[in-house]
Design a protein around this ligand. Sequence first.
Ligand SMILES: *[C@@H]1O[C@H](CO)[C@@H](O)[C@H](O)[C@H]1NC(C)=O
Ligand SMILES: *[C@@H]1O[C@H](CO)[C@@H](O)[C@H](O)[C@H]1NC(C)=O
Ligand SMILES: *[C@@H]1O[C@H](CO)[C@@H](O)[C@H](O)[C@H]1NC(C)=O
Ligand SMILES: *[C@@H]1O[C@H](CO)[C@@H](O)[C@H](O)[C@H]1NC(C)=O
Ligand SMILES: *[C@@H]1O[C@H](CO)[C@@H](O)[C@H](O)[C@H]1NC(C)=O
Ligand SMILES: *[C@@H]1O[C@H](CO)[C@@H](O)[C@H](O)[C@H]1NC(C)=O
Ligand SMILES: *[C@@H]1O[C@H](CO)[C@@H](O)[C@H](O)[C@H]1NC(C)=O
Length: 499
Amino acid sequence: MEKQSRILLMVFIIITTTTTISPYMAEGSIIGVNWGRKTSHRLIPSMVMDLLLQNNIRHLKLFSASENVLKALSGGEIAITITMPNENLRHVFSRDLAAYYLQERVRKYQNQNVNIRYLHIGNEPFSKLSHEVLFPNVVSTLRYIQEMLIRNGYENVTATTPHYTDVLIPGIKKPSEADFRPDIKEKMVEFITLLNNSKAPFVVNMFPLIFNGENHWDPEFAFIDNNSNFTIHDDNGLVYKNVFEFIYDSFLHAIKKAGGGPNVELTVGQIGWPTDGYLGATSANAERFFKHLLPFVKSNKGTPLRPRISIEVYIHTLVDENLHKIKMGAFRRHWGVYNNNGQPKYKIDFSGQGRDMYPTSAKGVVLMPKRWCVFNGNTTNQTLVQQMFDLACQEVDCTSLSPGGSCHHLNYVQNVSYAFNRFYQNKAQYNNKVFLCEFGGLGKVVLDDPSVGTCKFPIEILTAEIADTKGMINMAGHRLSGYWTVLLLSLLLIIGIYM
Ligand SMILES: *[C@@H]1O[C@H](CO)[C@@H](O)[C@H](O)[C@H]1NC(C)=O
Ligand SMILES: *[C@@H]1O[C@H](CO)[C@@H](O)[C@H](O)[C@H]1NC(C)=O
Ligand SMILES: *[C@@H]1O[C@H](CO)[C@@H](O)[C@H](O)[C@H]1NC(C)=O
Ligand SMILES: *[C@@H]1O[C@H](CO)[C@@H](O)[C@H](O)[C@H]1NC(C)=O
Ligand SMILES: *[C@@H]1O[C@H](CO)[C@@H](O)[C@H](O)[C@H]1NC(C)=O
Ligand SMILES: *[C@@H]1O[C@H](CO)[C@@H](O)[C@H](O)[C@H]1NC(C)=O
Ligand SMILES: *[C@@H]1O[C@H](CO)[C@@H](O)[C@H](O)[C@H]1NC(C)=O
């Protein structure tokens, strides 16, 4: 190969390998966890490894495959799913590229005792809600990867692609009405044929609270505890009492219509309940949801259409992600079972036994000093106050202030304080060039926790892997120009620290 094309290939591989991951297994019901890392201050990977083992979690899906993360997970105790990011699907793949990808992203780490079991090619490539564009190349890329898995002897690695619920035609009233959207039907038929012939499972990402909300069904229908008076009767006589079974069986119908036999397994790559930013998104509801979902999974009860089967689910997600895009809604930053500081938000028994217990919290986390930055209340210049508020919220996560959020009840002055504090903590309280609680003379540092009832003014963690957010910080308000932002973002992507 010429030098130039080899370099291009290398860059391609590096880019390909740094973004997404997901897990599941064919033997028995499985409860795994996803670790999304779009977070400004991250628990360090070895701490997370310890947290998983303490909680007896043996399956992990990652959305970034940074080298440091994979290495921290070596030891083989935890079965890992890694994901090829959608960005890679823009390129036309070949068998050679597929072989090279597997060598660099799978074999290399297997040799370091990293237990890579699943490979997700793209993440929700046909979702119109998740991205601006679709990635139709995904099916041929998956085909090449599957071929090379067999040819090169990766016998314990399974490759598939996760899809979001919006691959189904919207507004169906019964599972038997389900089918894939007409614009992607042909691709889905190709995809299902691949799965059917390779024993790879279909993976669906589902969010019962959101799906239920979109359909305006009884809020009780989103839970699994058989308490919903609203039920759905399908033509085949089957009765649905919760949205989980509704979505699951809808996918079974759609898969069948696309030519998939009963041998195509259906697993759940993401399932979660946000705790902020959506009607019904509270810790109490998340606790109730999992309290019944996980024992249901462990019971191998199955669903009305496929009774007595074991189901694999991946809880979405381990910790909140304050850098997540919020195009779909503010709730996307609040999926965490844990707060960013490694403390659980609510009780959950990951083993599926339904015990009334908090999971183990992260060990060794050190918080920043107990200092908060708040608004000093000087409203003489309203324009200035608003300007500083906007500046802070452009940089950091203010989603809890939005309607339905845990801090929506704050008054204006508290609102501004909340924003100032998020900024101050996000920038680690200290910077040797700029006083981070300046805000045009409107900020002041306080030593008493200014939290207002349920609205917490968080302090960031110190023992963190700090995400490089240079492209977003730039204190004095002048942002990087488009060119430099693009360059920086591509670099971050390549190094794998951005996601
Ligand atoms: C696949 O897994 C089986 C069972 O754990 C093991 O015996 C075998 O060596 C593995 N194969 C490879 C190529 O790792
Ligand atoms: C759900 O509740 C109904 C009565 O509302 C009951 O007949 C049924 O057995 C319950 N199902 C389960 C699984 O508890
Ligand atoms: C369901 O219906 C029963 C009987 O009408 C009623 O007592 C109960 O409160 C209802 N449950 C909910 C959650 O609405
Ligand atoms: C799916 O697999 C089954 C069983 O292996 C086979 O009979 C069927 O023809 C396959 N369908 C397609 C569309 O490949
Ligand atoms: C309040 O802010 C204005 C400028 O916005 C400033 O002129 C004034 O001195 C400030 N008042 C106090 C008490 O700091
Ligand atoms: C108020 O603040 C704005 C924005 O910083 C500034 O442009 C304006 O001159 C200030 N007004 C007064 C009266 O100081
Ligand atoms: C606080 O900020 C949020 C988000 O910008 C806004 O929706 C809300 O109306 C504000 N509250 C007050 C009292 O200004």
